[in-house]
Design a protein. Structure first.
Length: 276
C-alpha cells in the first residue's frame, strides 16, 4: 500500500496524531479528527479534520472541512479548506471554498470555486461560514499546464491559467499562458493573453502578447497588442456599462482577422502603473 505521507505532506505538517483509512475500508457517516487524516479507502459522508490527505486509491463523497487538504484521489461533493493542493492524479467534482489553491498538471476538476479569507486561526468547522468569505484575496491562484477545469470561478483577485479551462470569470487580473486554452466569458480589470482565448472578454486593460490567438469579442478601454498576435473577433473600444448608450459616438467597432501590427493607444504610462 502506498505511503502517501512521504509524497504529499512535509514532516512539519504531520505533528499530532495520524489516522489512516486503508484501501479495503468503506466508511459511511461522519469522520472527525483533530490531527492528520489519510484516506486510501472509501468515505461517504462528512469529514472534519485539521489536515486531510486523500490518496490515489481514496474516494470521498460528501462534505469535507479541513485546514489543509491534499487530493491525489477522488472527491465528489463540497470541500472547504484554507489550503488545497490538487495533485496530478486528483479528481475533484463539486464545489470548492479555499484560501490558497495549487493544481498540478493532469488534475481533473469540474466545480465552482469560491475563495476564503486567509485566516490561520479560523476553526475548521467555521471555514464555510458566509462571514468568513472574501471576494478578493492577496493570494494568486493558478491552474497548471495539462490541468482541465470546467465550471464557474468567482472571488479570486488574480488567476494564472496554463491549462484547459471552460468557465465564466469575474476577476481583478487574469493571465492566460502560452500553452493555455480558455473558453468562456471574462470580466477583468487587467487581462494578459498569451494563449488561445474564445469568448467575450470585457476588461479595462488588455495585453495581447505575440503568441495570443483570440476569437469572439473583446471590449476594452486600453489595449496593447504585440506583433504576431492573431485576432478573429469583434473589437469594441471605450465601452462603459453604466452609460453605454450615451457613449456610442465614442465607440469604435471593428473586426480584425489577423494582425502583424502593433496597436498604439498611447497607454504606455497607464500600463506601467498596472504593476504587471
Amino acid at each position: 500500500m502506498l505511503n502517501p505521507v512521504k509524497n504529499l505532506m512535509k514532516d512539519n505538517e504531520l505533528e499530532g496524531s495520524v489516522s489512516v483509512i486503508s484501501d479495503e475500508i468503506t466508511i459511511t457517516g461522519t469522520v472527525t479528527s483533530s490531527g492528520n487524516l489519510i484516506i486510501n479507502g472509501n468515505v461517504d459522508g462528512e469529514i472534519n479534520c485539521e489536515s486531510l490527505e486523500i490518496g490515489p486509491s481514496g474516494v470521498v463523497t460528501g462534505t469535507v472541512k479541513a485546514g489543509q487538504c491534499y487530493l491525489a484521489g477522488k472527491l465528489e461533493g463540497k470541500l472547504s479548506a484554507r489550503v488545497v493542493n490538487i495533485l496530478s492524479t486528483g479528481d475533484l467534482n463539486g464545489r470548492l471554498s479555499y484560501g490558497k489553491l495549487e493544481i498540478e498538471s493532469g488534475a481533473n476538476i469540474a466545480l465552482k470555486l469560491r475563495k476564503t479569507k486567509q485566516l490561520s486561526d479560523t476553526p475548521v468547522e467555521n471555514l464555510d461560514n458566509n462571514e468568513e468569505m472574501s471576494n478578493m484575496s492577496d493570494q494568486q491562484s493558478s491552474i497548471g499546464s495539462g490541468a482541465k477545469f470546467k465550471g464557474k470561478i468567482t472571488g479570486a483577485k488574480a488567476l494564472e491559467i496554463n491549462g484547459d479551462v471552460e468557465a465564466d470569470i469575474d476577476i481583478g487580473k487574469i493571465t492566460i499562458g502560452q500553452d493555455a486554452h480558455f473558453k468562456g466569458g471574462i470580466k477583468a480589470d487587467l487581462a494578459v493573453i498569451s494563449g488561445i482565448y474564445e469568448g467575450t472578454m470585457q476588461a479595462e486593460s488588455i495585453w495581447l502578447t505575440d503568441t495570443s490567438r483570440v476569437s469572439g469579442e473583446i471590449r476594452y478601454q486600453s489595449l496593447q497588442m504585440d506583433r504576431g498576435a492573431a485576432l478573429n473577433c469583434r473589437v469594441v473600444y471605450n465601452w462603459d456599462d453604466t452609460d453605454q448608450k450615451s457613449k456610442k459616438s465614442k465607440t469604435k467597432d471593428k473586426t480584425v482577422e489577423t494582425s502583424d501590427e502593433i496597436i498604439e493607444e498611447n497607454i504606455e504610462n497607464e500600463w506601467n502603473n498596472l504593476h504587471i
